[in-house]
Ligand binder design. Sequence first.
Ligand code: NI
Length: 261
Amino acid sequence: MIFETHAHYDDEKFDEDRVELLSHLLRENGIEKLVNVGASFEGCKNSLALAEEYENVYAAVGIHPEEIDEIDDEVLDWMRKTASHPKVVAIGEIGLDYYWVKDEAQRAKQREWFNRQMDLALEVELPVIIHSRDAAEDTLNTIKMYNNRHLKGIVHCYSYSKEIALEYVKMGWYIGVGGVVTFKNAKKLVETVEAIPLESIVLETDCPYMAPVPHRGERNSSIYLTLVAEKIAEIKGVSLEEVERITYENALNIYNKSKRN
Ligand code: NI
């Protein structure tokens, strides 16, 4: 039984078979629950619609750093209202992406809205899903600040060093591991999985992207998560069942902590 913590089934790459996947195919392949993560405003609304339609689908709402020009006070207000929906389990994906954005003013804008969405998560008492690329230091500093105020979350598609991962683990945050761990050049992520406890890992695809080997480059779906879990089992020297069971509990822990009474 697998808990898929990060998918984008609203993507047009699923137009042909979204209904089959979400209504029965995923379940038949051991994917028990999944969180569809919003990145754009449109994506947030579509995630919510999927969560309302399918019992085993939950939604996260947030504006991705690359889509930050879409966000304003009105969008933030919509997120605030939507956060109380029973199937909304997190604010995300939010964060910093300096890989594509070199302009300092735009980076400052990312930081401003990252903080404002973190403030919102605190206010509505939901965990966060963090996207962070080429922004290790700024992300860690921000998260430390909010961690002190008892905000928790997942660092999704983790791409930094094992040393930084251990800092997140120490704070009780979760590390999202997906298809990249099966790539030949995944040395850094393999070292991270080796270094951190299984109790701090959640399974995620980021589908339709990041398909694991031997499907690298193809459209990804949660069905391939077994390949990710197998690789983690190999790295940690434990059974596949143990990886599935513990990561499932981890996902329940973080997403259920969502509503602190
Ligand atoms: Ni994503």
